[in-house]
Ligand binder design. Sequence first.
Ligand code: FAD
Ligand code: GLY
Length: 378
Amino acid sequence: MKNQFDQIIVGGGVIGCSIAYQLAKRGYRVLILEKNHIGCEASSAAAGMLGAQGEFTERSPLFQFAQESRALFKDLSEELYEKSGIDIQYIHKGIMKLAFHQQQYSKLKTIAAFQREEGNPAYLLSREEARQMEPGLTENLHAVLYLPNDGQVSACHLTKAFSLAACHHGAVLQEQEKVSGLLVENGTVQGVRTIEAAYYADQVVIATGAFGDELLPEDYGTLPMKGECLLLELDQELFRSTLWMEGCYLVPKQGKKVIVGASSIAGKTNKHVHAASVQRLLSRAQKMVPQLAEARISSFWAGVRPATADELPYLGEIPGVKGLYVAKGHYRNGILLSPITGIYMADLIEKKPVNPFYYDRFRVDRQSNKREKAGESK
Ligand code: FAD
Ligand code: GLY
């Protein structure tokens, strides 16, 4: 039957495309339905940092998941290039977290101790040592925490590459086709409905990021967290590592460009970029690298991060609807977590054994999320 598939993936962001890629690679007939075009939401707004250390200041269920995911990128970049012809621009030059005074330095020391306890390299550098590595850094530094194993990719190239690699393995991609409802019979999912047609599959995965909550029971919605970014163009490369201070990061990109990110505005899904956010980001950017004052503003944009009450993603089957899965809520780290999420979801769908720790912490009906939600409504 023309509209019959093994799995339907709703949402063509980095998460949906990574899952589609893993399933298609395992021989399944996969359909990706995207309401607009591939990577049109958060997945191309992202700065592309692989902050498996930089984004984590303490032990959490995501920390281990993030470490495993970061480790997949080197081989993945080659694999995706072979199958899609796209270079995801994987760069492995580390993240520097900057302290401008003693109090910030104390925090960095705590993070460094935590990272080392976990067996990760984490170096505290003096101002002189940091400026020797990155001469573009300001003289007004106090100290730096250097995390050499964190890297970065181009988020939009990664998303596109996953989708093309899925198609290389036979997946079908339908853009400009919004899923408006699910087809469910006797507690089992049968497929989905769009304005154009009905599509059928044994499993449906909702991977709609900060959107598409209407497709799911109320309990499993996400919380939007808008983020604004700028792209700067330089005449010469000023630094190679990603630089980070409280409230701002700088991610150097190919072609002497730098992404400056990002604001965090809860509850908003609009894409306006506010003058005040631009002002704050530019002022922090110049605080880290004064020569950025000479840069040209090339573009600016906003995207919506999909958060959850306990800041962990929903990865699993929806209780009471057999065959209906969700992979949403990757919040600040969806690019980093996309490779492991694709593998994890494909394993779940194939009923392969998965790490019970992840299963327990990311399942959609977990207790921690309910507790956080209850706390919020007080
Ligand atoms: P999305 O990318 O939002 O994709 C969901 C897709 O579903 C969209 O394309 C949408 O059109 C589609 N859709 C929705 N409803 C329907 C429907 N009914 N039918 C069909 N299609 C539908 N993460 C990192 O790891 N590193 C970073 O450096 C980083 N920086 C970020 C900076 C900013 C400013 C922002 C906003 C985010 C950043 N993130 C970063 C987070 C990351 O972008 C997200 O976690 C990730 O992109 C989420 O991917 P997703 O596929 O779940 O969602
Ligand atoms: N991970 C960076 C951001 O979400 O802005």
